[in-house]
Design a protein around this ligand. Structure first.
Ligand code: SF4
Length: 135
C-alpha cells in the first residue's frame, strides 16, 4: 500500500476548446486507471468559487496543474488561492513539442484523441511518481 501523501492532479475546466477536453480526459485516466491510489483531484470551478476545503487541500498537499493552453488557468488559480503547484503541463505547448496536432472536436475525443489523452496521462503519472519520490 502506498502511504505517501496523495498528489492533487488538477485539470483546467477548459470547456472552450479541445485542449481542455484533452486535459480533463487525461486527468481522469490518471485518477481512475494509472494512479488511482496516489491521486485525487479538485473541482476547479468549486475551487474558484472559494470552497475552503479545496483551498486547504492544495495548501497542504502537492498539486500538479494540467492546463489546456498557455493561459494556465489551473496553475494560476492554485497559486493564487493556495500555493504554487509543484509541477504542471501546458498541453498546447506540449503538443507542439511532440509535433502533434490537437484534437478537433471539443466535445468528444475520437480514437486519435483518446490515444493522445493516454500519452498525456502516462506523462502525468510519471510526474506523480516523481512528486511522491521526492516527498
Ligand atoms: S488553460 Fe486554456 S484551455 Fe484551460 S480553461 Fe484556461 S483558457 Fe481554457
Amino acid at each position: 500500500m502506498n502511504l505517501k501523501p496523495k498528489v492533487g492532479v488538477v485539470s483546467c475546466s477548459g470547456e472552450c476548446c479541445a485542449l481542455g477536453t484533452l486535459s480533463r480526459v487525461a486527468t481522469r485516466l490518471v485518477l481512475e486507471e494509472l494512479r488511482p491510489y496516489q491521486t485525487v483531484t479538485l473541482c476547479l470551478p468549486l475551487f474558484l468559487a472559494g470552497e475552503e476545503g479545496e483551498h486547504t487541500f492544495a495548501k497542504e498537499y502537492p498539486t500538479i496543474a494540467v492546463d489546456g493552453c498557455g493561459k494556465l488557468c489551473a496553475r494560476k488559480a492554485i497559486a493564487r488561492f493556495s500555493k504554487e503547484p509543484v509541477d504542471g503541463v501546458d498541453v498546447e505547448a506540449l503538443l507542439k513539442e511532440w509535433r502533434v496536432k490537437p484534437p478537433k472536436d471539443r466535445r468528444v475525443l475520437n480514437d486519435d484523441g483518446i490515444e493522445l489523452a493516454r500519452r498525456l496521462a502516462k506523462l502525468l503519472a510519471e510526474k506523480v511518481d516523481a512528486v511522491q519520490g521526492a516527498a
